[in-house]
Design a protein around this ligand. Structure first.
Ligand SMILES: Nc1ncnc2c1ncn2[C@@H]1O[C@H](COP(=O)(O)OP(=O)(O)OP(=O)(O)O)[C@@H](O)[C@H]1O
Ligand SMILES: [Mg+2]
Length: 462
């Protein structure tokens, strides 16, 4: 690409020189800066002639985020900035994207072609659209929770979060169980302009239809048997904040219809109520189902899907980003210590290899549980593969399409048999009803029981 001018800022001479010669060879004009002050000075001097700044986040005098901010404050915020991070910590990356960085690169650069490609892509993108200016966020909120992971797929997730943080758009987070959907929802809320309001969570799988609807929309006194008092719904509670609709794929078609109306009109009707109530709520939802498949099967409304899925974030399963395992293990060893005063446990190399080998059907949650159990099992000593139970011989129970749990995990968490059987029964009932689109007769047939029996069981769970 001819005659584009790039400023390369890094305190390490080797990296600066390497990048400079790389881009000069590609025909770019290149300037260099070795600290934040030089970046600002160069921008002041060269002004509009600069087409891109490639900048390290860690520089001795001023970190890259501060420079980004100053550039913006001084009215030079429209020069695209490509941030370079040494070990792309999620916090810094999200922040940089939020503050309007165009993209980021992780050092060391193993593949110079990829670096050049990324830069070219930025220029192409710039030429195609000016929308990037909108991505710049006015937000200063810190991401509330730590997301661990530095793999390619996670870096994409950070970029997406950074970009949607400043928008009010409805976000649908998909992904298998335990991949961190709720964690992402928390971060989306805490980085949004709704972060001063509450984040209200509703698990749509946990309640039968009427209760869920009253939970979501509230009810007036006497709206149904047992509604002795007026009750505000979660949408009302979430006003000026966010609502997180977890397992949104489990809603019945009738509840879906009501939800659609709320999203379209930004108004709710309490059950039994007559006056609609206006609400200002950011909606974030999550599902471990493939909703497009559910639409095909007639179990999910396409119009609702499009409302929920304005922005979609797909959490990749852990087996597709195994590079993250060592960082996650380190994080969980630090989090789950043997006693409060114990140092983080060590893990043997051979155990780490076993963890890297394993496929993690329960994803990050399963990894976290395994670490926590192994620490107890090893009584705070070094963890070996014997402290883990990853042989693949574990009894696994599958429910629905994407949910699974391990029996040993349940027993380890001191589950009570009666309670477990009852929850399991409920899950089976719900899944059968879902698969039969709420046709009770068909559900009874699936489960091999009579209709009467099915209805009795459903009643018990209510
Ligand atoms: N990238 C991550 N870094 C740190 N912790 C994580 C990460 N991903 C998930 N976790 C942790 O793993 C556990 C499961 O995550 P979370 O509840 O967000 O998953 P989920 O996708 O909502 O699962 P489900 O579909 O089963 O509800 C939580 O304790 C969460 O903090
Ligand atoms: Mg969840």
């Amino acid at each position: 690409m001819p005659d584009q001018h790039i400023l390369i800022a890094d305190d390490e001479t080797d990296i600066r020189e390497m990048l400079a010669s790389l881009f000069e060879e590609e025909g770019f004009r290149v300037s260099q800066a070795k600290n934040g002050a030089e970046v600002l000075a160069e921008v002041k001097k060269t002004g509009k002639d600069l087409d891109l700044i490639m900048m390290d986040v860690r520089m001795p005098d001023m970190d890259g985020l501060t420079v980004l901010k100053q550039l913006k404050d001084s009215g030079s915020g429209d020069i695209p900035v490509l941030i370079m991070t040494a070990y792309g910590s999620s916090g810094v990356t999200i922040k940089a994207m939020q503050q309007g960085a165009e993209d980021f690169l992780t050092k060391p650069f193993d593949d110079p072609d990829a670096v050049v490609h990324k830069v070219n892509r930025i220029f192409e993108h710039r030429n195609l659209t000016k929308e990037v200016a909108d991505l710049k966020s006015k937000l200063t909120a810190e991401p509330g929770e730590k997301i661990i992971g530095n793999s390619g797929p996670m870096q994409e997730i950070y970029k997406q979060i950074g970009k949607v943080a400043s928008s009010d758009a409805t976000v649908l987070i998909s992904g298998e169980t335990g991949t961190g959907k709720e964690l992402i929802a928390n971060v989306l809320h805490s980085t949004s302009r709704y972060s001063r309001g509450p984040l209200i969570k509703v698990n749509c799988a946990a309640l039968p239809e009427t209760l869920l609807e009253s939970e979501l929309f509230g009810h007036e006194m006497g709206a149904f048997t047992g509604a002795a008092k007026m009750r505000k719904g979660r949408f009302e509670m979430a006003d000026k904040g966010s609502i997180f609709l977890d397992e949104v794929g489990e809603m019945t078609l009738s509840t879906q219809r009501k939800l659609l109306r709320v999203l379209q009109e930004r108004m709710i009707d309490r059950l039994g109520g007559t006056i609609p109530i206006k609400i200002d709520v950011r909606v974030i939802s999550a599902t471990n189902r493939d909703l497009e498949q559910e639409i095909e099967a007639g179990k999910f409304r396409p119009d609702l899907f499009f409302r929920l899925n304005v922005i979609s974030i797909h959490m990749p399963p852990l087996r597709e980003r195994k590079d993250d395992i060592p960082l996650l293990v380190e994080h969980f060893l630090d989090k789950h210590r043997y006693t409060q005063s114990s140092p983080p446990a060590h893990i043997s190399r051979e155990a780490m290899e076993a963890l890297l080998d394993y496929d993690w059907p329960g994803n990050v949650r399963e990894l976290e549980n395994s670490i926590q159990r192994a620490v107890v099992d090893a009584r705070g000593g070094t963890l070996t593969s014997r402290n883990f139970n990853l042989s693949g011989k574990r009894e696994r129970v599958n429910i629905g399409s994407n949910n699974a749990f391990y029996v040993d995990q349940l027993v380890n968490s001191r589950v009570k048999l009666e309670q477990a059987m009852s929850s399991f029964e409920k899950m089976l009932l719900m899944e059968a009803l879902r698969q039969s689109a709420d046709d009770e007769e068909a559900a009874a047939e699936i489960l091999g029981i009579t209709l009467r029996d099915l209805q009795q069981r459903i009643r018990r769970h209510r």
